[in-house]
Structures are given as structure tokens and as C-alpha cells.
Design a protein around this ligand. Structure first.
Ligand SMILES: [Fe+2]
Length: 239
């Protein structure tokens, strides 16, 4: 009974403190674990003293070693997922789908607050969504090739628009960004070669390819110029 109450109260406490523990590991294993150790000393013939020492020493050891380990992981940059994956959500980033929503539906969180680019990104999502649907519904090879070519043409124009915009605002990382666009174009061309040789199309494979590149690009790399331009616009508003 006490264990049950500890789980409920512990989970509520975490919520109040805004600490993320979705599976309730701390209330179940931490609080109930400590209580289980002590209860063994209280209700059985085991000596209470060593039970209390063990119940304190084990969590303390776990806390200290994990504290050190997570700091090392943080320093190595592998503790958190990327910012883009965070915005997308792990269900989307890892599994490509959350209930009733595919990865390629436009969401408000994707907005950079640079209206002309948001509009183009929204169009990109729509075109990609149409290709995924075409692949899933088994549309003919010609139709999918046309749709893919449409995506490629739109992407090339979009990159050009983006680069012009960055230039207009003297964005300091323009050259790096251009390089990334160039790499993406090469990848898409290689993927196109591969895709057009096939007779059947795998929507999942296409989704993985596109999300690995384009979506992450919009959510991570583009976000940086979005923030830069917005900061510049605010600066000129305040002058
Ligand atoms: Fe870009």
C-alpha cells in the first residue's frame, strides 16, 4: 500500500517539478526500491541497519555514476537528439509516423517566420506528400517519375530563392549553406538515377531518404538563417 502511494505521489511530484520521466522510472524503481529495501528490514528477520545502508548506498552510487556518465555523454554531444528531431518529435523522427499523421504533413512548428520561405517549405511538404501518396497507391512509373522531377525542379528553385534571400540579409553562413544545398542536389540526383531504374516504388524508402535530408535541413540548417533574419528585422524595427 505504501509502495503504491509512493509511486502516485512521486509521479505527481515529478510533474509539478516539470521533470521528464515518461515511464515513471524514478517513482517505481527509485522510491519503491528504497522503500522495498527498508521494508525488508522492518518486516522480515533481516537486520534493519544494513538494509537502510544498502537502500541509501545503492541509489547514491547509481546517482553519482550516472551523473558523471551523462555529463560525459553531454560533452560528447550524444545525449540529446538533434533540434530538428526534437521539433519533429521522436515518433516522427524514428518511426516516420504518429497516429493518423504521416511525416510530411506541414506543421506550424516548422515555420521559420520568414513568410516567403515558409510558403515554399509548405509547398515542398505538399509535393513530397503527393509523391508518398502516389507511391502508396501504386501509381504508374511515369507518374511517379514526373512527380519526382517536379520535386527536384521545385527544390532547385527554392534553394536559389533561399540563397538570394540570405545574400540580401548578408547572412554570414551563406557559403556553408550553399555547399549543403549543392550536396543535397547531388544526393537527389543520385537517388533519382536509382529510383528511375526500379519498376516498383517503396514509399518508406523515399520517406526515409527525404526526411534524412530535406526535413532535417529545414528544421535545423534553415532555422539558423530564419533566426538570423528575424533578429535583423527586429533590430531595424527598434532603430
Ligand atoms: Fe536551405
Amino acid at each position: 500500500m505504501l509502495g503504491f502511494m509512493l509511486v502516485i505521489l512521486g509521479a505527481r511530484l515529478l510533474e509539478k517539478l516539470h521533470l521528464d520521466d515518461v515511464v515513471g522510472a524514478w517513482p517505481v524503481h527509485g522510491l519503491c526500491g528504497v522503500w522495498g529495501g527498508i521494508a525488508t528490514g522492518v518486516f522480515t528477520e533481516h537486520a534493519l541497519g544494513p538494509q537502510i545502508i544498502g537502500s541509501i548506498a545503492i541509489p547514491a552510487w547509481a546517482f553519482l555514476t550516472m551523473f558523471a556518465l551523462f555529463h560525459v555523454l553531454k560533452a560528447a554531444g550524444v545525449l540529446r537528439v538533434s533540434r530538428g528531431e526534437e521539433i519533429l518529435g521522436l515518433d516522427m523522427a524514428e518511426h516516420g509516423e504518429v497516429e493518423g499523421e504521416t511525416q510530411f504533413e506541414w506543421r506550424e512548428e516548422y515555420r521559420l517566420h520568414v513568410p516567403e520561405m515558409d510558403k515554399e517549405h509548405e509547398n515542398l511538404f505538399r509535393i513530397i506528400g503527393e509523391i508518398v501518396d502516389a507511391m502508396k497507391s501504386g501509381l504508374g512509373k511515369g507518374a511517379i517519375e514526373d512527380a519526382f522531377q517536379g520535386l527536384l525542379d521545385y527544390t532547385v528553385n527554392h534553394f536559389q530563392d533561399e540563397e538570394e534571400l540570405m545574400e540580401r540579409y548578408s547572412y554570414p553562413h551563406l557559403e556553408e549553406h550553399k555547399k549543403i544545398h549543392g550536396q543535397f542536389k547531388q544526393k537527389v540526383l543520385a537517388y533519382k538515377e536509382e529510383l528511375f531504374q526500379k519498376d516498383s516504388f517503396d514509399a518508406k524508402d523515399f520517406q526515409n531518404f527525404i526526411s534524412g535530408w530535406l526535413i532535417n535541413h529545414i528544421l535545423e540548417v534553415d532555422r539558423q538563417y530564419g533566426e538570423f533574419i528575424n533578429a535583423k528585422l527586429h533590430e531595424s524595427d527598434n532603430v
